[in-house]
Design a protein around this ligand. Structure first.
Ligand code: AMP
Ligand code: TRP
Length: 326
């Protein structure tokens, strides 16, 4: 199994619920690889001075979320240059047409002219395909927004296998049953994201309890004051019920029956969410005290990852006919 996350430092509730918490759950059932995708972070404007710290911080958040580097392989994408090399070969298999259909690319270029977007942003999905295929991943656990990129991975793996012989494992996507898409609290029809217009709509894992409480209490609902789990007609209320359900382990439809008004629903959701995130925040504080230890873990992770990645890349080069170095 493989998954990845961008090194943005602090992560939001959507990342935690849609991805991180399942990564920790799945590490016992799979040979798990978790990659901090720092090369992907170069596809939009970035701050060079802050990127190394954010990369370490993201690794610490993954560990605080329960990922155990003794069981899973935790590493930084740029430490394993084989990803980039495989990306080049796959660039020659992927087509302009299929990349043009990628929703994430369209969303990230909506506000700007496509002409000024970097080639890296357009090519982002192919690097992701390389991340996945280089570990022979059977399963890729991600949030709903990444489904299309895993679908692309399957298409490229199959195309490659048809042309050059069985080389890649064709992976399956694993999207959580509940919470695969957490919505913005202020704009409940948009996904929760770090780049949202207002930070009030995004709960960060490191938000203090009073901040979480304020954000939940001010969450946008709708004028008909009845509580029902109905994402299509009541997106704001349904998002709150999803968050409460994830935090309590109950079903959102069942929880809805216990409420008639929004006030108590919000109060309970805030309280449950604060407790749900508390252990992550506390474990993170301990880990943050020793960045040297995190860097040591990432070094070991990169060595382990590189062993697997190198073998796959050798197989690929052979399949496409690149002359081995004597
Ligand atoms: P990113 O921060 O974009 O690197 O995303 C890391 C992981 O979080 C990916 O698996 C995403 O699918 C997942 N994710 C991001 N936003 C959300 C959201 N609003 N709801 C659920 N999952 C999300
Ligand atoms: N594109 C993913 C995201 O934004 C991050 C990512 C990069 C990823 N490489 C990956 C996810 C490989 C899963 C597998 O969330």
């Amino acid at each position: 199994m493989l998954s990845g996350i961008q090194p943005s430092g602090d992560v939001h509730l959507g990342n935690y619920v849609g991805a991180l918490r399942n990564w920790a759950d799945m590490q016992d059932d799979y040979d798990a690889f978790y990659c901090i995708v720092d090369l992907h972070a170069l596809t939009l404007p970035w701050e060079p001075a802050r990127l190394p710290g954010r990369t370490v911080q993201t690794a610490q958040i993954l560990m605080a979320s329960g990922i155990d580097p003794e069981r899973a392989t935790l590493f930084v994408q740029s430490h394993v240059p084989e990803h980039s090399e495989l990306c080049w070969i796959l660039n020659c298999i992927a087509t302009m047409g299929e990349l043009n259909r990628m929703v994430q690319f369209k969303e990230k270029t909506r506000s700007k002219a496509q002409d000024s977007a970097s080639v890296g942003l357009f090519d982002y999905p192919v690097l992701q395909v390389a991340d996945i295929l280089i570990y022979d991943a059977d399963v890729v656990p991600v949030g709903e927004d990444q489904r299309q990129h895993v679908e692309l991975t399957r298409n490229i793996a199959q195309r490659f296998n048809n042309r050059f012989g069985e080389t890649f494992v064709v992976p399956e996507v694993a999207v959580p049953k509940l919470g695969a898409k957490i919505y913005d609290l202020q704009e409940p029809t948009n996904k929760m994201s770090k780049t949202a217009e207002s930070p009030r709509g995004t709960v960060m894992v490191f938000d203090e309890p009073d901040v979480i409480e304020r954000k939940i209490k001010r969450a946008v609902t709708d004028p008909q004051s009845n509580v029902r789990f109905d994402p299509e007609h009541k997106p704001g209320v349904s998002n709150l019920l999803t968050i409460l359900a994830v935090a309590t382990g109950k079903a959102p439809e069942e929880l809805a029956e216990s409420y008639t008004e929004y006030g108590p629903l919000k109060a309970d959701t805030a309280a449950a969410l604060i407790e749900f995130l508390r252990p992550v925040r506390e474990r993170y504080r301990e880990l943050a005290e020793d960045p040297g230890e995190t860097e040591r873990i990432l070094k070991l992770g990169a060595e382990k990852a590189q062993g697997v990645a190198g073998a796959t890349l050798a197989r690929v080069k052979d399949a496409v006919g690149l002359l081995p170095r004597a």
